[in-house]
Design a protein around this ligand. Structure first.
Ligand code: PRP
Length: 188
């Protein structure tokens, strides 16, 4: 069955806005790492499955820095729309990251639980540095904002249930080429 367009209440960020922003992020990331990496060194771009797969594939094609890619699969959500408070490692790194510069590419910073756990975990592996680029950052209000700070954020967004461009609801909608707000009718 095809996606029903009525399931998406509002387009929050269009396909072309996403691609323009990723070009800018790519330039900024190249500039930041140009002095940091030796000629024979790769930046490790670490994607967090499944959500970041789409962002990661577009981002790396805007980078001119030598990179190696790796993936981790983590789960911070049980079922439904609320964080469970537990991070499970479903797939660990494949590369040896000791002494390497790591750039985590995430699709969304929501509660921040996944990223704060991951940054701590990577630091125990003696990496040279860990930075984060997150395509989206949800506004949870200042009172709640003790989350990790990504060095690069694509878009600050309102605290709404967003899908598309890698983000899902119950595994669906990842294949939308834009970011949209899911209609509550879908999950209520
Ligand atoms: C989502 C998203 C982030 C995480 C952010 O992943 O992709 O990884 O939640 O939430 P947090 O800031 O509250 O920790 P999810 O566990 O839903 O898996 P998915 O990427 O496969 O959709």
């Amino acid at each position: 069955m095809k996606i029903n367009q009525a399931d998406i209440e509002e387009t929050l960020i269009t396909k072309s806005e996403i691609s323009e922003r990723i070009k800018v992020l790519g330039n900024e990331i190249d500039a930041y790492y140009s002095d940091l990496l030796h000629a024979d060194e790769n930046l490790i771009v670490l994607g967090i499955l499944n959500g970041s797969a789409v962002f990661m594939s577009d981002l790396i094609r805007e980078l001119q820095t030598h990179i190696a890619i790796d993936w981790m699969s983590l789960s911070s959500y049980g079922s439904g729309t609320k964080s469970s408070g537990v991070v499970r490692v479903l797939k660990d790194l494949t590369l040896d990251v000791k002494g390497k510069h790591i750039l985590i590419a995430e699709d969304i910073l929501d509660s921040g639980l996944t990223l704060s756990w991951l940054v701590k975990n990577l630091k125990t592996r003696d990496v040279a540095s860990v930075e984060i680029v997150s395509l989206l950052k949800k506004d949870l209000g200042k009172a709640h904002d003790k989350r990790v700070s990504p060095k690069w954020v694509g878009f600050d967004i309102p605290n709404k249930f967003v899908v598309g461009y890698g983000l899902d609801y119950a595994d669906r909608y990842r294949n939308l080429p834009y970011i949209g707000v899911l209609s509550p009718k879908v999950y209520e």
